[in-house]
Ligand binder design. Sequence first.
Ligand SMILES: [Mn+2]
Length: 336
Amino acid sequence: MNKQSERYQLSELLSAMERAGSVLLFPHISPDGDTIGSTLALKMMLTRLKKPVTVILDDTPPRNLSFLPDIYSVRQYAEAEGVLTIAEDTLAIAVDVSSDERLGRSLELFSRIGANAQIDHHPTNPGFAKINLIDDDAPASAVLVHRLFEAFGLPLQREEAICLYTGLATDTGNFVYKNTDAEAFSMMSRLMEAGLPIATYARILFRCKEKEHIALLGQALPTMRYLCGGEIAGMHVSAAQIREAGAVSEHADGVVDYAIDAAGVKIAYFARETENGCVRCSLRALTPYRVDTVAEKFGGGGHQLAAGCLLDGPLDQAVLRIEAALQEAYLGGGQE
Ligand SMILES: [Mn+2]
């Protein structure tokens, strides 16, 4: 991509990186594989360009990404803030951060730095940094970081390939979402040439599940019920069942997929009771149906095909309310 625009300031970013005496990198809160993988690859690149780099995150790095090279160098905002020295020539770069509030408390630090930039691919990004490198069409921020490697003429090293792969593969759902494009595969070709051990990392990212997740799934699957002639499906678990599975919030990730992946299902939910008696719902839809409008009715949000919301308990009442709202969306045919 050669186009230079207000949202895609490649040459400005390259010269800011060259000018910088040191760099602070900022992934987003509730971090995912793309924000962390892209940030770590960028850190490795800047280190090769002889820049001192610190990664600041207002959250804990997710345990399922603990395999990533150099993840333990990520510093938590609460500990780093106050001991960091910020110089005149420090450059701040937000990575995969769709809006500035996704920086959490680090936003204060990010805004305080005179030279700030961002690398992102969310269409909703307002362009909050002074230098923006945003490409709405890129399947992952990792693709943009890969373009920077190419712009600097740096051949990829194995650890950088592992980090970039993690970003690209997670944001494309292992290369099956419709954002997957030709550039994703040409980039994969470069990553393979750099020595990416794909079987090892694909297994870690997409096959291995924690035992608590399997146990939670065991509690959820027997509750599966179908509505509207089998086109809506949903499951629910109580707080007691979650405790019995030894599961915490992150173990619920992916449970809802078993409902939306049942043949013929167009809209799905997974409801789980929290310790304080509320009910967290994950919602999924297949085009042309949508669940973001359903989530919004309950004060939640998300994307057309994947959204979430929090309802008041008790669990059985909440399940009935979410089912009624989903049936309404189903009957509307997603035309809202
Ligand atoms: Mn991303």
